[in-house]
Design a protein around this ligand. Structure first.
Ligand code: MG
Length: 397
């Protein structure tokens, strides 16, 4: 059933620690199962996508976002005869490295880590599945297959790619040095992510009252389907929520069908015989030109009207303060962290003797790993415990 250019689990480049195959599951199904059972996955439910977790029960969290990405990705993979299980594994893991408080948290942590190699959430997602999960007797991390790890590492700086390459020659860092593409399944997850957040951020944005249906009429991708919906169901003029849902539903479907058609056309035109050929070609998973422009316009609207809304910026400012101050406290006093994180923060004796920067860098990375793993509310509680400041109402945050 799989297309020749799909990832075939029987041809996997394997795991870093060799393990016997599972009796009833393919390698990618096994990856997916490991991800679903991980601690980092369960934390996604209490991590912010755009709206802080305590602002309302119906907003997307990182978990529901990841499930939506998996659903969209699988649906498109099936049509394109790509590997659904691999798409699902990548989608469910793609945000595991996100800090609490969404992009505000990530920006703050990146600032704190600037002297120590920076912080990047894609690389952190890989660290989670490669090193930070502690579930197996024989190795750190989840020991996922190459193809799942490749998909998780969506972006990577050349500097970080060189470091990955030195610890794992020919591994997941290599493609950033050779400027190659990842598998089609990984490419598909990137666009499924985009389709998902563009749609659900409209929904959450309207629900929150920060953006309105009237403002959205300026966005072609939305307004075309709003008009079409009203033409088919004139009474929805008086039912804002149903009008919104039906418009978003049509918008989602049109993007999915557009992507499948444009990608299939690109595949037919270039005819890659296998995955190796896919990696050498330019990106093949794509929208048609018109949809790409419309999708960009929607993104620009959301950036301006929602992500940079004064109310969002204000909570973002508080979130950054939490992350920044937690970082400062733990870096100065690692004993405030749990035992396991203290151990990660302490240099091996002799190995780094006299190298103060190396010792501090090791400690800073352990602190960043600890903070990145926190849920929104745990971070807020820790911040309150350590600083005495209460930035959000009691019992929330
Ligand atoms: Mg995402």
């Amino acid at each position: 059933m799989l297309a020749p250019y799909a990832c075939d689990p029987a041809q996997t480049r394997g795991r870093r620690f060799v393990q016997a195959p599972a009796p009833t599951r393919t390698e990618y199904q096994r990856d997916r199962d490991r991800i679903v059972h991980s601690t980092a996955f369960r934390r996604l439910v209490y991590k912010t996508q755009v709206f802080l977790n305590h602002e309302g029960d119906l907003f997307r969290t990182r978990l529901t976002h990841s499930l939506e990405v998996a659903q969209l990705g699988r649906s498109m993979a099936r049509s394109l005869r790509l590997n659904e299980d691999l798409v699902e594994a990548i989608a469910l893991a793609h945000d595991l490295g996100h800090t609490p408080f969404g992009h505000a948290g990530q920006d703050a942590l990146n600032d704190c880590m600037a002297p120590y190699g920076g912080f990047e959430h894609n690389l952190q997602s890989l660290r989670v599945v490669d090193q930070l999960e502690e579930r197996y007797p024989e190795f750190d991390g989840l020991n996922l297959s190459f193809e799942t790890r490749e998909g998780i590492l969506k972006h990577c700086s050349v500097h970080n790619a060189r470091q990955l390459e030195s610890s794992e020659p020919g591994g997941v860092g290599r493609r950033f040095l050779e400027r190659q593409q990842p598998s089609l399944e990984a490419q598909l997850c990137n666009l499924a992510d985009e389709i998902a957040y563009n749609a659900h951020d409209i929904d959450d944005g309207v629900r929150s009252g920060l953006i309105t249906l009237e403002q959205l009429q300026a966005v072609a991708l939305f307004d075309d389907y709003r008009r079409q919906t009203l033409a088919d169901h004139p009474l929805l003029r008086h039912q804002g929520r149903r009008l919104l849902y039906e418009t978003i539903r049509r918008m989602l479907s049109s993007q999915v069908y557009d992507l499948i058609a444009a990608t299939q056309a690109a595949l037919d035109a270039s005819g890659p015989p296998d995955v190796a050929a896919v990696r050498r070609l330019p990106p093949l998973v794509q929208f048609g030109a018109e949809m790409r422009d419309k999708s960009r316009a929607l993104k620009a609207f959301l950036l301006q009207r929602l992500y940079r809304h004064p109310q969002v910026l204000q909570t973002n400012g508080q979130a950054k303060q939490v992350v920044r101050e937690l970082f400062q406290v733990y870096l100065a006093a690692p004993q405030e962290m749990p035992q396991a994180h203290q151990q990660r923060a302490s240099a091996p004796p002799h190995a780094m003797a006299g190298d103060t920067l190396a010792v501090t860098t090791l400690r800073a990375r352990a602190v960043a790993d600890y903070i990145a793993g926190m849920t929104d509310r745990f971070a807020a509680r820790e911040h309150q415990r350590l600083t005495g400041l209460q930035l959000w109402p009691q019992g929330q945050g």
